[in-house]
Write a protein that binds this ligand. Structure first.
Ligand code: NAD
Ligand code: IPM
Ligand code: MN
Length: 359
């Protein structure tokens, strides 16, 4: 049996609620496959500001770097909006400190779930795409200045930063439908012109067998709603990826469904749902825990190399959603805890069926 040291960063708002559900699922999977997950909890975001004044205490960074994987809930909330330090600084800081330059945000819309989307079923059923969002560069990390009547945010990219996330996206495309759509604003931004140049060169030199297309971010936002099935791997810079991934969450019916994996070239990864702290529903057992639970699955697959274990979580989630056992964001009646429990039951059922060879 293997022991994995997982750092959990519950954070703020619904973060602790969805992380508790994900931990329950990991414990169940561990029992079936003979792994032990130890959970070491640390402070980040607003919770860390309240306790220490620092949104990313040094102990948190050290623990994350020494772990096998990090599971994060969400940070932020109105409570800290006026403060000198912001919770979001903690999240950006840990991504940078761990070197997590590639943020993977997969989305699949199975035919049985397509009716949950506010978009037409014919448009969304069968969608299967993955966003590769550059995570440690761009306008998020450029110099910021502020005087009473002027503010600036510098958007900066180096060739090396673009190359490494581009290679990650192309490698993934080779194992999927073989298509990459690189999204930029090359008609306006110099960083985007560099982005397009680098992506074009890496494609020609290293991945000519992959189909590459370039798209401008404004019309891409429209195409993603009108013909989302046309896309396979979407490669883009930090801020465009942030915005487009919340947009595509609508295809599946709720932002509460989407997981993410943040990976570097070595060392542990960080896994978190794409949603935020959802202050409007926090503390009410209303949050959808699926994004966090699927993030735990991505941690098993990409972080710990446990493919079967990851697949068993994904199969359980799919079964529960298909059965209509969903939270309020998808029109259901289940609370966060009940939804987590339903997924744990589904994992047990899948294993019981496998052990007894029931088809
Ligand atoms: P949000 O994602 O928190 O919420 C947007 C909407 O989606 C809200 O109506 C919310 O109730 C709903 N929602 C979000 N997650 C849900 C879930 N699991 N189940 C059901 N409904 C869910 O975005 P926001 O309101 O723009 O931001 C709130 C705070 O969260 C801000 O402080 C922001 O900085 C922070 N934030 C953090 C992260 C993160 O930690 N990774 C991500 C995004 C936003
Ligand atoms: C996300 C969030 C973060 C981001 C914020 C909270 C800093 O929106 O993870 O998508 O913009 O990266
Ligand atoms: Mn976001």
């Amino acid at each position: 049996p293997q022991t994995f040291n997982i750092v959990v960063l519950p954070g703020d708002g619904v973060g602790p609620e969805v992380i508790a559900a994900a931990q329950g699922v990991l414990n169940t999977v561990g029992d079936f496959y003979g792994h032990r997950f130890t959970f070491e909890e640390h402070l980040i975001g607003g919770a860390a500001i309240d306790a220490t004044g620092d949104p990313l205490p040094p102990e948190t960074t050290a623990a994350c770097l020494a772990s096998h994987g990090v599971l994060l809930g969400a940070v932020g909330g109105p409570k800290w909006d006026g403060g000198p330090r912001r919770p979001e600084e903690g999240l950006l800081g840990i991504r940078k400190a761990m070197g997590l330059f590639a943020n993977l945000r997969p989305l699949q819309v199975s035919p049985v779930l397509a009716h949950r989307s506010p978009l037409k079923k014919e448009i969304v059923e069968g969608v299967d795409l993955i966003v590769f969002r550059e995570l440690t560069g761009g306008v998020y990390f450029g110099e910021k200045t502020r005087t009473a009547d002027r503010a600036t945010d510098l958007c900066e990219y180096t060739v090396g930063e673009i190359e490494r996330v581009t290679r990650a996206a192309f490698r993934t495309a080779l194992n999927r439908r073989g298509k990459v759509t690189s999204v930029d604003k090359a008609n306006v931004m110099e960083t985007s012109r560099l982005w397009r140049e680098v992506v074009t060169r890496i494609h020609a030199e290293e991945f000519p067998q992959v189909q590459l297309e370039h798209a401008l971010v404004d019309s891409m936002a429209m195409h993603l709603i009108r013909r989302p099935r046309d896309y396979d791997v979407i490669l883009t810079e930090n801020m465009f990826g942030d915005i487009l991934s919340d947009e595509i969450s609508v295809l599946g019916g709720s932002i509460g469904l989407l997981p993410s994996a943040s990976l570097g070239s070595s060392g542990p990864g960080l896994f978190e749902p794409i949603h935020g702290s959802a202050p409007d529903i926090a503390g009410q057992d209303l949050a959808n825990p699926v994004g966090a639970i699927l993030s735990a699955a991505l941690m098993l697959r990409h972080g710990l190399g446990l493919e079967d274990e990851a697949s068993s979580i994904e199969a359980a989630v799919a079964a529960v959603l298909a059965a209509g056992a969903v939270t309020a964001d998808l029109g259901g009646a289940l609370g966060t805890r009940a939804a987590g429990a339903a997924i744990i039951d589904a994992i047990r059922a899948i294993h019981w069926a496998a052990a007894h060879r029931v088809q």
